[in-house]
Structure formats: C-alpha cells, structure tokens
Ligand binder design. Structure first.
Ligand SMILES: [Mg+2]
Length: 179
C-alpha cells in the first residue's frame, strides 16, 4: 500500500505547464520532456494547442530539451493537432500507466528514464506510469475540469483525496512557491 502510495506521488506540483522551472530541470541534468496532451497542453480533446503553448514547446526545445508527447487517445480525427505537433514524436494509445509507451518514447527521444521528465494532469495515468518507468514526474492542474473525459471525472475526487494526504504527510515539493 505504502509503495503504491509513493508511486502515485508526483515529485513536483505546478499550476500549469507555463509555471514549470525548465531552467532548473535543465541544470539538474534532465534532457527530455514528455508531455501529456489532453488537459495538460489544452482542453481534453482539443483540436489544436494554443500559440502560447506552442511557443513554450519551441522555447524548451531551444533550451536543449528533447520534446515528445504521450497520449492514451487514439489520435484518430485529430489531424490538425498531428500537423501542429508534426516536428515532435508522439506516442498515441500509450496505455498509461503501463510503461511500454514511456519506454518507446524515451527511445525515440534518445534519452533515458533518469534523464526524462513526465508532465501531466492525472495521478492514475501520467504520474503513476512515470514513476513506474523511473521518471521525474510533475503534476499540473488540468486546463479545464469540465472538459475531462468520463473516466477522468470519476477519478478526480480520489486524486484530490490523495493530494491532500500527500500534502499532510510531507510538505509538497512545490517549487513554484519558492522561486
Ligand atoms: Mg491528461
């Protein structure tokens, strides 16, 4: 139980992808960033990501990170998004929290688990899978809760309970607050 508990615990919690201290991550030796797509980069099912998020992705790449995306969605009917992310590797139907999608993407990014950061909005998929694969895991607040998928909506109350328990157990590693 204790092990499952710690496998669900993010290393860091941020309010959005814009609030992450990428410079610090780069300084700590991380070289690849894996982003979840739905409700991390845009609303769940978003046809495209915003210009601000696109600019952020270009910025972190220019800062030296390999960038890739890991989604449990099939990617079908998302032609605009695929065209927009075309320059970067995407693993669709990733099966998070299973580890095979992470491993495939890490290989595509020519990185290793210990040098890779996962950024996503869900404990039971993004964070759990990342910890199982040995990555550094950052939880971000969902872009739009009302847009959540049916299953994500069901899991949110349990996520909130776990986050509350985490915050009681130890002070959270909330770097956004002490910059
Ligand atoms: Mg998501």
């Amino acid at each position: 139980m204790k092990r499952l508990f710690s496998a669900l615990r993010p290393d860091e919690i941020c309010s959005s992808v814009h609030e992450i201290d990428y410079e610090r991550l780069r300084g700590a030796g991380y070289r690849a960033l894996i982003f979840d797509i739905d409700n991390t980069l845009g609303e769940w099912g978003c046809p495209q990501i915003s210009e601000a998020v696109y600019a952020l992705l270009q910025r972190v790449e220019a800062a030296g990170f390999a960038v890739g995306f890991l989604s449990n969605d099939s990617g079908e009917d998302r032609l605009l998004l695929k065209a927009q992310l075309g320059a970067w590797p995407v693993v669709w139907r990733a099966g998070k929290p299973k580890t095979h999608g992470y491993e495939r993407l890490i290989a595509l990014l020519r990185s290793s688990p210990s040098q890779t950061v996962m950024i996503g909005d869900q404990l039971f998929t993004d964070i759990w899978g990342a910890k199982r694969t040995g990555l550094y895991a950052i939880l971000v607040a969902p872009v739009s809760l009302p847009s959540d998928s049916f299953w994500a909506k069901l899991r949110r109350p349990l996520e909130r309970l776990l986050l509350w328990l985490f915050s009681r157990e130890n002070p959270p590693h909330d770097h956004a607050d002490n910059r």
